[in-house]
Design a protein around this ligand. Structure first.
Ligand SMILES: [Cu+2]
Length: 390
């Protein structure tokens, strides 16, 4: 059995604290521990909660979040083999404060893992050793709490990592399935709703069948701190996939790793239009639980969804909680005959689409070759007509 590595030490001359469920950093000059709810001094763009015009341009629209890239980006870590012949996957995750555009024209002071909401998708195979080098460059104490099986000291609950601190989480990836990870520092609802979460996928030793795989995280933002969400999204930015449809191929198996991290609201859900999907709850079975078109989840719940489309065209997917959909949790799947069919994104933007995505040693992405041709009926976003063919 591998011994778990637990490292808590000084980093950058700043204090690292062991929180043990209480605030013990009274003497630390640089380390801060959050002690109360939504305090003053956290700048944010106040909103009335109104749904802003999603097509509006803003001079500050230099978002670092790229939901299209996030969708199919899986981080497999730096790979090595230990003395037992077990695969070790090593990742670096850095907590950092960031002002992000979470809905068109709405900037919010978020807390992130690696600068985006959600954080990176961490992927391993059942039995691999996962080693996370967690560095806290944020302004508050944070942790990384993974769902799944591991020892108490690797659970990211009792040892808060202060600003400037570092902690190494190490555990075996088990069982196979799809899991959330998130910060677990009090007040928890603020640390979550500010953006500190992501997805951890553990593949079975015998892989699932090949598919066009994607990750969808359902979330929201309480930008005026009244413990009610003002914006809802899938993958971080309200309405994003309405304006940048997710292109998929006809008859191709689509596999969605769906996770609900929505704070404040009791439930959230996912509805797929004009189709049905097999749902594998928690991703821990290779046999589907149900054939349905709505997946309803409380916070922390997740599932794998599998489906394919027979006919080309745009298809909606959205929360079947109407309020959430109207406040940004809605998107479009654009089913194409083949990869070579014209690219709606390129024509919407008047430029070549961001495909193919970057591929490096640590990530794999589904890349498509696209060309720019006439797709005028999609130039104004998703304002297609009933019965219109593409
Ligand atoms: Cu935190």
């Amino acid at each position: 059995m591998l011994s778990a590595v637990l490292v808590v030490y000084s980093f950058n001359k700043l204090q690292v604290i062991a929180q043990n469920g209480s605030d013990e950093d009274k003497g630390g000059k640089n380390a801060k521990v959050v002690t109360g709810g939504h305090g003053s001094g956290y700048g944010s763009v106040d909103t009335s909660g109104d749904v802003l015009d999603s097509m509006s341009e803003d001079s500050r629209s230099t978002t670092d979040m790229e939901p299209m890239k996030y969708l199919r980006e899986f981080n497999y870590g730096r790979v090595s083999t230990n003395e037992n012949g077990t695969t070790v996957r090593e990742y670096t995750v850095i907590a950092q404060d960031k002002n992000l555009e979470v809905s068109p024209g709405v900037f919010f002071d978020t807390w992130t893992f690696n600068g985006t909401i959600p954080g990176p998708t961490i992927r391993a195979t059942e039995g691999d050793i996962v080693r996370i080098n967690f560095i806290n460059n944020g302004s508050h104490t944070h942790t990384m709490h993974f769902h799944g099986k591991h020892s108490s000291e690797m659970d990211g609950v009792f040892d808060g990592v202060a600003p400037g601190g570092k902690f190494v989480y190490e555990f075996a990836a088990e069982p196979f399935g799809v899991f959330p990870y998130h910060c677990h520092v009090q007040p928890l609802e603020e640390h979550i709703q500010r953006g500190l979460y992501g997805v951890f996928i553990v593949d079975p030793k015998t892989p699932r069948p090949p598919a066009d795989e994607m990750v969808m995280v359902m979330n929201g933002y309480d930008t005026d701190f009244d413990t009610e969400n003002n914006f809802y999204t899938v993958n971080g930015i309200s309405n994003y996939y309405m304006h940048q449809p997710i292109e998929i191929e006809k008859d191709r198996l689509i596999r969605v790793y769906l996770v609900n991290m929505l704070e404040f609201d009791q439930i959230n859900n996912f509805h797929l239009h004009a189709n049905m999907f097999n749902i594998y709850k928690s991703g821990t079975s290779l046999t589907p639980h149900e054939l349905t078109d709505v997946a309803t989840m409380s916070q922390g719940e997740r599932a794998i969804l599998e489906f394919s489309y027979k006919d080309p065209g745009p298809y909606l997917f959205h929360a079947h909680k109407t309020e959430f959909a109207e406040k940004g949790w809605v998107g479009t799947l654009l089913v194409k005959e083949s990869k070579n069919q014209p690219d709606a994104v390129a024509l919407n933007k008047g430029e070549k689409s961001p495909h193919p995505y970057e591929i490096n040693n640590n990530t794999t992405s589904y890349a498509t070759e696209e060309t720019k041709t006439n797709y005028s009926h999609l130039e104004s976003g998703v304002n297609y007509l009933p019965g219109q063919s593409i």
